[in-house]
Design a protein around this ligand. Structure first.
Ligand SMILES: [Zn+2]
Length: 236
């Protein structure tokens, strides 16, 4: 059954209630969730489900299930949950907020390094993008300065939806060669940072890019013939 993705409309929800739909060895399915499932390079959320009895069920990871918008909450140990019962969802907010800040930072950095993106990953403590670019064109100090200058503009981010056909008509929007936007639902979600970036993305982002604070480049290294990996962390 499809899970209603509450984080898609409000990435700042730390708590919600939901009904248990199914419990199996791959995870717990709920009718709705604030837990982001691993995808688009962003790590899955961790947190807790709380039963009406007060029993707390630690969630170690969140993954996509089979089918569109099915979310599996992966418990540390298989719990005694009953389909139909109501649980309270709590995500590890400090971890998620760091992921949101780093994720949004990658959007900004992708406008400083102008090259096709071949991969990416967002962990709570660091994030990276891989570019198809010559090593001589990558300067850590310059990437830091220019990315932080854009962050200091402090603009609000926006979510924009377009149809599959509209996206097909604007292939330049897809910067990431390795992660094609999800198709099949008839519409595609874009993240817009006015004046800076516009690209398909299903991840979680901060409301205003000033929340990123600033970034520093941890390292730049070669990952194969065409891949140059730029790894960043938040400055605070
Ligand atoms: Zn994004």
């Amino acid at each position: 059954m499809t899970t209603e993705l509450l984080f898609r409309d409000d990435a700042y929800l730390r708590e919600a209630t939901a009904r248990v739909v199914a419990v199996h060895e791959r995870g717990i399915e709920l009718d709705r969730t604030i837990f982001y499932p691993q995808g688009g390079g962003q790590a899955g959320d961790v947190g807790t489900l709380v039963r009406a009895s007060g029993e707390r069920i630690p969630i170690a990871d969140t993954r996509k299930g089979d089918g569109i918008d099915v979310v599996l909450h992966v418990p540390e140990a298989l719990p005694r949950l009953v389909p139909g019962e109501t649980v309270t969802l709590e995500i590890d907010w400090d971890r998620r907020y760091a992921l949101m800040r780093l994720h949004t930072a990658l959007h900004v950095m992708s406008c400083v390094v102008v090259a096709p993106v071949t991969g990416g990953n967002i962990a709570p403590d660091k994030a990276r993008l891989d570019f198809d670019i010559d090593m001589s064109l990558l300067d850590a100090g310059k990437i830091e300065r220019e990315t932080n200058a854009l962050i200091s503009r402090g603009v609000d981010t926006e979510t924009v939806w377009i149809t599959d056909e509209e996206l097909d008509a604007r292939p330049e929007l897809v910067k990431t060669m390795s992660v094609q936007p999800p198709r099949g639902a008839g519409r595609v979600r874009l993240l817009k940072i006015p004046g800076i970036d516009l690209q398909p993305c299903g991840g979680t982002h901060v409301r205003n890019i000033a929340e990123i604070g600033g970034i520093r480049v941890l390292r730049i290294r070669s990952e194969g013939r065409r891949n140059r990996r730029v790894e960043i962390a938040l400055t605070n």
